[in-house]
Design a protein around this ligand. Structure first.
Ligand code: GLU
Length: 288
């Protein structure tokens, strides 16, 4: 199978230097491999996604010299696909409905009999409050759905993935690790019908992505993605978690770092080559 990678920004703010680094790293690699680079719009959170940010993403990436095939997928168009995957997990008894608020979870996790609260890649490890409530045959709507991690890991056992950049090598994901340090992750948010982990795993598989290239901040979440791939019978791509672009004080750039927005650099008259250099990337292969 040919090399396929993607850049999947959320249209909730301007692209900054960190995004440019990520997109260019993926694009350059696809070029070097004679493969394909896809743009995908992660707009699952419709309360924060804006069409003007989406348009700006297309514009900034094209200005940087990137090209990608059409049509560009949008997660907001794919909800029925995500719900169908949730239905299969529900039918297998691997999900449960959860009405806990963040506050409820905090309070339950800090209860004296619970021991020390564990912080996982998705926040506090869920203390299990709703896990043993009776489950209906039909999957409920309008309520958060969590993966019962213990049952999930009983179904698949140890799984693994290959990381190319950040801690390179084969990584084993064990039931103990997932149950103790990750827990019952949310796969459908009440307000969105699906959640990030589930949506990107399905998108990557349906788009036949062979290499996921993204920031090292998502390395920890990869174990969750690999578990979902195994539960849903989807292939596990190779992973490449790259370094994060940091500001002068060493802090990683966030959406609010509008000072490093690509649009602003463009308005100041900077060139794409300067953006590459600022992000610490070599000139594009075609120009050397
Ligand atoms: N929309 C996600 C983000 O910007 C994509 C993460 C991923 O590449 O898996 O963080």
């Amino acid at each position: 199978m040919g090399f396929r990678t993607r850049f999947a920004p959320s249209p909730t703010g301007p692209l900054h230097l960190g995004h440019a680094f990520s997109a260019l790293t993926a694009f350059d690699r696809a070029q070097a491999e004679g493969g394909t680079f896809h743009l995908r719009i992660d707009d699952l959170d419709q309360s924060r996604a804006r069409p003007e940010w989406e348009a700006q993403i297309h514009d900034d990436l094209a200005w940087l010299g990137l090209t990608w095939p059409q049509p560009v997928w949008r997660q907001s168009n794919r909800l029925p696909r995500y719900r169908a995957a949730l239905e299969t997990l529900w039918a297998r008894g691997l999900l449960f409905a959860c009405s806990c608020t963040r506050r409820d979870i905090q309070a339950a996790a800090n209860a004296p009999q619970e021991g020390a609260a564990v912080l996982g890649p998705d926040g506090l490890v869920y203390p299990g409050t709703c896990r043993d409530r009776p489950r209906s045959v039909a999957m409920p709507e309008d309520i958060a759905l969590r993966l019962d991690m213990k049952k999930a890991m009983q179904a698949i056992g140890n799984v693994s993935f290959f990381e190319e950049a950040f801690q390179p090598g084969e990584h084993r994901v064990t039931p103990e690790q997932m149950i103790e340090t990750v827990g019952d992750v949310v796969l459908a948010r009440r307000d969105m019908g699906a959640a990030y982990h589930l949506a990107i795993v399905i998108d990557d598989a349906d788009q036949a992505i062979t290499h996921v290239i993204r920031g090292a901040d998502l390395f920890e979440a990869t174990a969750i993605h690999v578990v979902l791939q195994n539960l849903l019978g989807l292939p596990t791509p190779r992973y490449h978690h790259h370094r994060l672009v940091r500001d002068d004080t060493g802090k990683r750039l966030a959406k609010r770092d509008d000072a490093r927005a690509i649009a602003l650099y463009r308005a100041e008259g900077r060139t794409p080559a300067e953006i590459r250099a600022m992000a610490g990337l070599p000139p594009p292969a075609s120009s050397v």
